[in-house]
Design a protein around this ligand. Structure first.
Ligand code: DX5
Ligand code: ZN
Length: 218
């Protein structure tokens, strides 16, 4: 079954514990935690202290998406703060430093991920593909919630799915940006198995119904 990872970027952060409890009972699989540093992306969101508090409030799987320059500097702190998976952008540093970051995450006993911005070709994932637990394909420019889904990214999702299958990897394929009940079926058909959704979940009164709608259930 397809996994749903609501992005708390669109939640009411003053009530974060309640918001996460609503998506847990609503059937979400992961909590997607967007970290923006104001340098890698033109926006600032939240970081390590918020993650630490969230870790105390829930036992859900915490999927940390680091939109951060040179993430090697911080991955250990995110692991220690309670992330279950730490995801770094392939554009954020040299390959050597990214390999070192992934190694650090694994050494902390956590899962690893790499992310591709819309302008980054599918091939950029190849050096990392056989060693990560998850690949994330961005379907908006990272930095803001509530943007429109870029359907031009569907061939990239299909290509990466093909590589994962050919190599028989356990790696999950996640899609992030503009995913809602209309665009989710496109992602699923292209081969995604984890869907991030911010505004399509937290913008709705009934979070359980929103999650079911993205899954294609009613
Ligand atoms: C964008 C973030 C996304 C964002 C998704 O930079 O990485 O996770 O919160 O929000 P929606 O689902 O509203 O596009
Ligand atoms: Zn994200």
């Amino acid at each position: 079954m397809i996994k749903i990872a609501p992005s708390i970027l669109s939640a009411d952060l003053a009530r974060l514990g309640d918001e996460v409890e609503q998506i847990r009972t609503g059937g979400a699989d992961y909590v997607h935690f967007d970290v923006m540093d104001g340098a890698f992306v033109p926006n600032i969101s939240m970081g390590i202290p918020v993650l630490k508090s969230l870790r105390k409030a829930t036992d859900m799987f915490l999927d940390a998406h680091l939109m951060v320059d040179r993430p090697l500097r911080y991955v250990e702190q995110f692991c220690k703060a309670g992330a279950d998976l730490v995801n770094v952008h392939v554009e954020a540093d040299s390959a050597d430093n990214l390999f070192a970051a992934l190694e650090k995450i694994r050494a902390c006993g956590k899962k690893t991920g790499v992310t591709l911005k819309p302008g980054t070709p599918a091939e950029a994932v190849l050096p990392y593909l056989d060693q990560v637990d998850l690949v994330l394909v961005m379907t908006v420019e990272p930095g803001f919630g509530g943007q429109r889904f870029m359907s031009g990214m569907l061939p990239k999702i299909r290509q990466i799915r093909e590589w994962i299958n050919q190599r028989e990897l356990a790696c999950e394929l996640e899609v992030d940006g503009g995913v809602d009940a209309e665009t989710a079926p496109l992602c699923i058909r292209a081969g995604a198995d984890v869907l991030v959704a911010g505004s399509a979940v937290f913008g709705k009164e009934d979070r359980a119904a929103a999650i079911r709608a993205i899954r294609g259930e009613n």
